[in-house]
Write a protein that binds this ligand. Structure first.
Ligand SMILES: [Zn+2]
Length: 540
């Protein structure tokens, strides 16, 4: 939680001491709401801790895990889903609110057109079919950070269904994971449990997030391992970032994931009882939480017990999940069509307009870059994980005589130095133009790879671009053939065994001579000329 959201004075308070007194909402009055919910983490912490799990591989191998994921993604609209309040992260608590998102009586929602367009774009990007007429429904439940007492969501007629995401399975082969549905809904506000002087007795409420447009993307229970779940989330995030409908910033909660997980004996027909793991804020932690949860459930079954359908929280510090609510299942949300919103109709013409903004998606771009610029599959994949990086590469590749060399310098030399200096590409001292210049000089043989490395080192040490450093420190290069020939003669005379190998047909030995002469010239021999002359001399 950002500190500035904790300092504000306009925060609604929830009196925790009244928790669980069974008050109904008729007793509540703003600004003091009464929470009927205990702090979930506290509940977890006082539970008996299970013994450390260590099941044998033989026992684990008897069971088949089944995983389904529900991902909530905040849309990057300028305003909220049903009102004109600004849709942005943070801000002084309770300042981005109005009667509509506060759920005050008589206030009416008006659907944000941009949210619909983003939902359609995201849905099509993951292969969903768009339902021309979808219906908003009320999902009724009370929570202190959701003052209306219900959430506007979509229930039996969501805007999109039947999508898919392709992930690599354990062997690297493509595996189809079904997407059941994508629907539009609104986010709730936030309960602030920590950070105030009286946090031990009170929970504070910030409603700025209330009414933020979300899409919820629900997968089929097609995932079988925590690694597949990790790959699914990675692909989904990558695709969503390409469509630019969300920033998918997990730290700020723009992308949140709940995982449903169960285990069954291999070969069984029916899925086991599932638990829902909530509140995990990174893909790595989700993988860890699933690994833990699968082993926990197998342990329960092996001990003759029964897995309970419940929500569980991942505690990263302890590396385990904890029961959050148990017997509170079988929610009855009493869904009914939202009477304040008409059916949402996205006809063929509107769909066409929306889809005109569909960018080339990562997989397609990967294949095209590999074909167009002769890149390896690995390089093409790395360059397209991020749309902006892909754009920059393509621009540079088109400006250079050697796109392959641009990729190589960017992915190895530059990336390595950025990592060492702990800066990102946006703050690299070497611009993309600098990379193009470096690639072209290297390709033309005007600088050796050793000189390239030295020049780049200087760029990073001094924080200057490549063109400047190259102009100033232009390496002394020996391009005088007779001087190079003299050095080649010297190396040939000193290495008769390698000469014999070359003469016997092992032509790759030429590289050895190039290396030796380069060393002798202190890296200053013109590499193109050197290569040519070495072969000529050896053939003579
Ligand atoms: Zn509002």
């Amino acid at each position: 939680m950002a500190t500035h959201t904790l300092k504000g004075c306009g925060v609604l308070q929830v009196r925790k001491q009244l928790a669980d007194e069974g008050k109904n909402h008729a007793d509540f009055s703003l600004p003091t709401l009464v929470s009927r919910h205990r702090r979930p983490l506290r509940v977890g912490k006082i539970m008996a801790m299970p013994a450390a799990l260590a099941l044998s591989p033989e026992i684990l191998a008897k069971y088949q895990p089944v995983i389904g994921l529900e991902v909530h993604v905040q849309l990057l609209t300028k305003t909220k889903a049903f009102c004109g309040c600004r849709n942005e992260y943070g801000g002084e608590p309770n300042t981005h609110c109005c009667p509509v998102c506060l759920g005050l009586p008589g206030a009416l929602p008006v659907l944000n057109k941009q949210a619909v367009e983003f939902a359609v774009l995201a849905a099509k990007a993951i292969g969903c079919e768009i339902r021309e007429t979808s219906i908003f429904s009320r999902k009724n439940y009370f929570y202190p950070d959701s003052p209306k007492g219900y959430q506007i969501s979509q229930f039996d007629k969501p805007i999109a269904e039947h999508g898919e995401i392709i992930v690599p399975d354990a062997s690297g082969a493509p595996k189809r994971i079904g997407v059941t549905r994508l629907h539009l809904e609104e986010d709730a506000g936030k309960s602030l449990h920590d950070g105030f002087a009286d946090s031990a007795s009170r929970t504070y409420i910030d409603l700025n997030r209330c009414g933020t447009p979300l899409v919820e993307i629900v997968s089929e229970p097609d995932l079988r391992t925590p690694d597949e779940a990790f790959e699914y989330l990675t692909k989904l995030k990558e695709i969503l970032l390409y469509t630019a409908v969300s920033d998918c910033n997990m730290e700020e909660g723009s992308l949140r994931c709940d995982a449903n997980v169960s285990v069954m004996l291999k070969g069984a027909k029916e899925f086991g009882t599932k638990a829902e793991v909530k509140n995990v804020n990174s893909f790595r932690y989700i993988r860890a939480a699933l690994e833990y949860e699968i082993e926990r459930q197998i342990g329960v079954l092996e001990d003759g017990g029964r897995v309970v359908q419940e929500s569980r929280l991942w505690n990263n510090a302890e590396g385990r999940t904890f029961s959050m609510r148990s017997k509170e299942q079988a929610h009855d949300y009493r869904y009914f069509p939202e009477p304040d919103l008409p059916p949402l109709v996205v006809g063929a013409e509107w769909q066409k307009q929306i889809l005109a903004a569909m960018p080339e998606l990562p997989e397609a771009r990967r294949a095209r870059l590999a074909a167009e610029f002769g890149l390896s599959a690995q390089d093409a994949a790395t360059l397209t994980t991020d749309r902006a990086l892909g754009d920059r590469f393509e621009q540079a590749a088109k400006a250079s005589k050697s796109p392959k060399r641009v990729a190589a310098i960017l992915l190895s030399e530059i990336t390595m130095r950025l990592r060492a200096a702990e800066i990102d590409l946006d703050h690299s001292p070497v611009s993309m133009d600098g990379i193009v210049l470096a690639a072209d000089l290297a390709e033309a043989g005007e600088i050796s790879s050793k000189q390239l490395k030295q020049l780049l080192d200087t760029c990073f040490t001094e924080g200057r671009d490549f063109a400047f450093v190259y102009d100033r420190d232009k390496p002394q290069q020996i391009s005088d053939s007779s001087a190079i020939e003299k050095m080649i003669d010297e190396v040939i005379a000193a290495n008769p065994a390698q000469v014999a190998q070359f003469k016997a047909g092992k032509r790759t030995v030429a590289a050895f001579f190039v290396g030796q002469v380069m060393k002798l010239s202190k890296g200053q021999a013109n590499p193109a000329l050197l290569n040519e002359l070495v072969v000529k001399k050896l053939d003579a």
